[in-house]
Design a protein around this ligand. Structure first.
Ligand code: C2E
Ligand code: MG
Ligand code: MG
Length: 743
């Protein structure tokens, strides 16, 4: 920057000028020194000034000034040996002190130059005013005082201005300001220096110079002690300052810590709030999932209806109310869809599920808000009718439910029709447990199913007794199977063309220890329900096959007898049925074509796909297949040819009424024709009269079975029947054509 360098040049020029002036004056002074006067004292003063110089400086507190010993020595030299000697000592002092305060030669030389110039000028002025001899020792005190004052003032002004100009240039301040701010008060230094020197010169008259200098060590000690004291004060002040600073720092740190703590506390509070919020959120979530689980635990997932647990809970409360309030009545409806399995099997489970949901919604429309509709599982539903006015209300609701359910259901891709069977149990204080009411409604529902489905049945005590009997029967049946109380009866089947014995139908009987002979009608359905039909059926099959094999082996004429064994729905659905039958055949060494298996239409139509597969396997095995009770069940003539059937058994109900109306006769005739068209043979069941027999023969029915020939017989009786059939068998008597044919 040009301005800065210009200023620096000016400063340099000024300083060098002072140096040059001081140097010139120094050289001039050296030249003009009064060498003859210079004694050992001068040397001592010179050395002391150089050695001690401004090292000993007393800073006057509160006033920006210092009294240096050097100043006193310079003034002393001035007064004793004249200004030239003072210039030499001042220059030496300037160099020596300059060397200590700076490393720049310019500054050091400037210091010496300024010192030399100032004292030279002071000397020149003093000489101008007071003559050549400035030694005040011989002067009066008042003149000495004036001289000292002039010297002090002159030295003060010249010296301070020489330095202040440089300072002003450096700091770019007005010179006056630079001078006044730094040196206005330093006049005192010069005065003290001058007057001390004056005092010493004056004292020299009375005591020697050395005596004056003698206390110097003491002064030094006092000075250094004072210095030490000052230092201590400074140290103390510094300490106090440090302490204050530390205190301030501590205070600051404390405040900072406080602030941080507050900040942290605030943060913690915020975090805590967030945490609390989160906790509350989690709590809410927990609450929600608890409610979700509670809901799931007490509701049916498919329909959203209350489940059995929740229903039973409501029922318990209702039962409690009947105990407290005499007039309070409630009712339970137990509902089961009829042939729901058919819908599931034929349309698929998704359709079945859809139907159940729709049924649930319809059931809800049949009841009041205060009632409870529940799903127990599968196609079972229950309704609790709360606080009924009259028991007939339950009948009305049951009828409404039957009607509502009977209307067609529109599923996504199908239309389905179903009916329901309902059991109704009226709540009363006589009930102890809620479950008992459900049990009774369930019993009534089974009764409704038994007597034809698509209806409701009211539970009564007789039903309960029956239910209890059934339960006992079940226990007994289990035991009976284990104890082999079950035996097989054989009912002969006769070939109508010649009256020959074709074979037997195996019909199970139970020799009950208390009840005597129990017919299958009383326990087959129970065995079906409980699954006991599987061991039972296998037992019958085994006994029958063994028995037939015995008869076949006994006589050549009996080797083509067949045995007909009934198969239940559960048996047909059994996966290893074919293997089991194969085993039995091997075991009894019976040819498969001597075994005929009877299945009812209903069993086949319950699950046509599975039935078709199993029947095909059985057919492949070589056994004969017969459709039992034809015409009573869910008849689908179109289905008939889908199954590999050999024989069709016309149900007893058609045979017994055959001769009563022409219509019934036509039915039998049609069935026989149909079977013939399908390549099947026909057996007429329940033939009891000769008339029936004749009619059947006219219709070209191949086989017959019925009391006319024989009731079902035990093994011994059947044995006799075989042996005596030509003589004593009613068949022989009643079929003269056949007998004549056989003879
Ligand atoms: P089903 O297979 O139709 O058997 C014929 C039923 O008609 C037998 O009844 C027989 O005693 C009866 N019956 C025969 N001729 C006449 C007659 O002229 N008049 C009258 N009123 N009845 C006659 P049962 O033995 O009581 O058997 C009833 C049903 O029980 C059988 O009907 C059959 O479906 C079932 N059953 C019998 N034994 C077994 C068995 O071992 N296993 C299976 N799964 N079911 C069996
Ligand atoms: Mg049968
Ligand atoms: Mg039958």
């Amino acid at each position: 920057m040009p301005e800065t360098s210009a200023r620096q040049t000016l400063i340099n020029r000024y300083m060098w000028s002072v140096v040059a002036l001081g140097g010139t004056l120094f050289l001039y002074s050296v030249h003009k020194l009064p060498y003859n006067q210079l004694d050992f004292r001068f040397l001592l003063l010179f050395l002391l000034t150089v050695a001690i110089s401004s090292r000993i400086a007393i800073k006057v507190p509160r006033v920006n000034t210092t009294i240096t010993v050097a100043d006193t020595f310079v003034f002393l030299t001035f007064l004793l040996y004249g200004p030239e000697a003072a210039v030499v000592v001042a220059a030496a002092d300037g160099l020596s002190s300059g060397l200590r305060i700076s490393r720049r030669w310019m500054t050091i030389l400037f210091n010496a130059g300024a010192n030399a110039s100032a004292i030279f000028t002071t000397g020149a002025i003093a000489r101008l005013l007071f003559g050549i001899d400035l030694n005040i020792a011989s002067q009066s005190y008042s003149l000495s005082l004036v001289i000292l004052c002039v010297v002090a003032v002159a030295q003060y002004l010249f010296h301070t201005w020489l330095v202040a100009i440089c300072l002003g240039l450096k700091t770019q301040r007005p010179l006056w300001q630079a001078w006044s701010s730094h040196y206005l008060w330093s006049s005192l230094t010069y005065f003290i220096g001058a007057f001390l020197a004056g005092g010493i010169v004056k004292l020299e008259n009375t005591i020697s110079f050395y005596a004056v200098l003698a206390p110097l060590p003491i002064i030094s000690i006092i000075y250094f002690t004072y210095e030490k004291y000052l230092e201590d004060i400074r140290a103390t002040a510094a300490q106090a300052e440090r302490a204050e600073r530390e205190r301030a720092e501590a205070e600051h740190a404390r405040a900072e810590a406080e602030r941080l703590r507050a900040e942290q506390a605030e943060q913690h509070l915020e975090e805590l709030n967030r945490y609390v919020e989160k906790l509350e959120g989690a709590g809410k979530e927990l609450q929600e999932s608890r409610e979700h689980f509670r809901h799931a635990a007490f509701h049916d997932a498919l329909t959203g209806l209350p489940n059995r647990s929740l229903f039973t809970e409501h029922l318990r409360l209702a039962l409690g109310r009947t105990h407290q309030n005499d007039g309070y009545r409630f009712c339970v409806l137990f509902l089961d869809l009829d042939r729901f399995k058919n819908i599931n099997d034929s349309l698929g489970h998704p359709c079945g599920d859809e139907l159940l949901i729709l049924v649930a919604r319809r059931l809800e429309t049949c009841v009041r808000q205060t009632d409870v509709v529940a799903r127990f599982g599968g196609d079972e539903f229950a309704i609790l009718l709360d606080a009924m006015q009259d028991p007939s209300d339950a009948i009305q609701v049951a009828e409404k439910v039957l009607q509502t359910i009977a209307a067609p259901f529109k599923l996504t891709n199908h239309e389905a029709i179903t009916t329901a069977s309902i059991g109704v149990a009226l709540g009363s204080p006589n009930y102890k447990e809620a479950e008992d009411i459900v049990r009774d409604a369930d019993t009534a529902m089974y009764r409704a199913k038994d007597i034809g489905k698509a209806r409701y049945e009211l539970f009564d005590t007789a039903m309960h007794t029956r239910a209890v009997t059934l339960l006992r029967l079940e226990t007994d049946l289990r035991r009976a199977i284990e104890n082999e109380e079950l035996c097989v009866y054989y009912q002969p089947i006769v070939r109508l063309a010649n009256g020959e014995l074709h074979g037997f139908e195996a019909l199970v009987r139970w020799h009950h220890p208390e009840r005597g002979l129990v017919s299958p009608g009383d326990f087959i359905s129970l065995a079906e329900e409980t699954g006991l039909i599987l061991p039972l059926g296998l037992n019958v099959l085994r006994q029958a096959c063994r028995q037939l094999r015995k008869w076949q082996q006994r006589s050549l004429s009996d080797r083509d007898l067949i045995i007909s064994v009934n198969l239940s729905g559960k048996q047909l659905a059994q996966p290893d049925l074919v293997e089991r039958i194969e085993e039995v055949l091997q075991e009894s060494q019976l040819k498969p074509w001597h075994l005929k298996l009877e299945v009812t239409e209903t069993v086949v139509m319950e699950n046509p796909e599975v039935a078709a597969v199993t029947l095909a396997k059985l057919r492949a095995l070589g056994v004969l297949l017969s459709i039992d009770d034809f015409g009573t069940g869910y008849s689908s003539l179109s289905y008939l040819n889908r199954f590999p059937l050999d024989i069709l058994k016309i149900d007893r109900s058609f045979i017994s009424t055959m001769n009563q109306t022409d219509e019934n006769l036509q039915i039998v005739k049609t069935i026989v024709t149909l079977a013939g068209n399908l390549g099947m043979q026909v057996i007429a069941e329940g033939v009891e009269t000769e008339e029936q027999l004749n009619q059947l023969r006219l219709l070209k029915c191949q086989y017959a079975q019925g009391y006319l020939f024989s009731e079902p017989l035990d093994a011994v009786q059947a044995d006799l029947f075989i042996l005596n059939r030509l003589n004593s068998s009613p068949a022989a008597v009643l079929i003269p054509d056949a007998v004549s044919f056989m003879m």
